[in-house]
Design a protein around this ligand. Structure first.
Ligand code: NAP
Length: 272
């Protein structure tokens, strides 16, 4: 991984940073010079990942579904660093593959509490923190990156709750971007829409069909011929978090190996 200093002096919070995409984001932001706070419900793993990344990276327990938990992590970050510049709202769960007919109210609410309320709380409290300006920050300045999904752009029969939550994250992102621009805060807010990325989120599927078979199926669904890696998504996040994206807000960055760009000829011609 190439080290750079383009985020030197910036402070970032990455939710769900103990695993998968979040861990890759934390690693890449730290390599670019940022101080990174990993927030996750996985205490041991989060602390291990933070230690492994090393300099300027720490772990705090965070349940993104809880306002008090969020406030504690943000207060702690401001107390330690005096600022918040970058927020990556990445924590999320798949919540299973339930369709509209077999999703329970409890399952629906749990998925939305983490995938959607978690992003709402992060944006709300994150903006408030970014607005608490110091002498080095004459205007509220920052970058928020929300991890949605291609399931937030196109529908699927199941998982119904996941799809709804990710679609809502997509438009919440645009609402936040519009608000910050209207207020003349220099706070940008964008969403990233990954295709299938090889992370522990797929463990339940691997247990069901076997990792090798499941992965080969998912590989074949991507026009480029393979699933993505956490690093693929972290690179998109780094771009949106950096000043290179200074004029980019309210945008959706799709990183899906071509899945949503069209219909694969082989799937059109495949026998029913
Ligand atoms: P992952 O490896 O399971 O990582 C997600 C992390 O978030 C886990 O450590 C998880 O802990 C944690 N988390 C769950 N609930 C939380 C909560 N309430 N508060 C704080 N942290 C919590 O999954 P991933 O694939 O990296 O997914 C990261 C994000 O990308 C998610 O929003 C996901 O929907 C999105 N995404 C993933 C893919 C993909 O194919 N992997 C595709 C599109 C979008 P537990 O393991 O204990 O739940």
């Amino acid at each position: 991984m190439m080290a750079s200093d383009e985020l030197a002096g910036r402070v970032a919070i990455v939710t769900g940073g103990a695993s998968g995409i979040g861990a890759a984001c934390a690693r890449l932001l730290a390599a670019a010079g940022a101080s990174v706070v990993i927030g996750d419900v996985q205490d041991d793993l989060g602390a291990t990942v933070a230690r492994d990344i090393g300099a300027r990276t720490s772990f705090r327990t965070l349940d993104v579904a809880g306002e008090e938990s969020w406030q504690a992590v943000i207060d702690d970050t401001l107390a330690r660093f005096g600022r918040l510049d970058i927020l990556v709202n990445n924590a999320g769960i798949s919540g299973g593959a339930g369709t509209i007919e077999d999703t329970t109210v409890e399952a629906w609410e749990r998925v939305h509490a983490i995938n959607l309320d978690g992003v709402f709380l992060g944006c709300k409290l994150g903006i408030a923190a970014m607005k608490r300006t110091g002498p080095a920050k004459p205007v509220a300045k920052g970058a928020i990156v929300n991890i949605s999904s291609i399931a937030g752009i196109v529908g699927a029969a199941g998982p119904c709750a996941y799809t709804a939550s990710k679609g809502a994250v997509r438009l919440l992102t645009k609402s936040v971007a519009q608000h910050c621009a209207e207020k003349r805060y220099d706070i940008r807010c964008n969403s990233v829409h990954p295709g299938a990325i090889d992370t522990p989120i797929f463990n339940p599927l691997w247990q069901l069909v076997g990792r090798e078979f499941g992965k080969s199926l998912l590989d074949s669904r991507h026009p480029v011929g393979h699933m993505g890696t956490p690093q693929d998504i972290a690179e998109a996040v780094l771009y949106l978090a950096s000043d290179r994206a200074a004029f980019v807000t309210g945008a959706e960055l799709v990183a899906d190996g071509g899945i949503t760009s069209g219909i694969q000829r082989k799937s059109l011609l495949a026998p029913p």
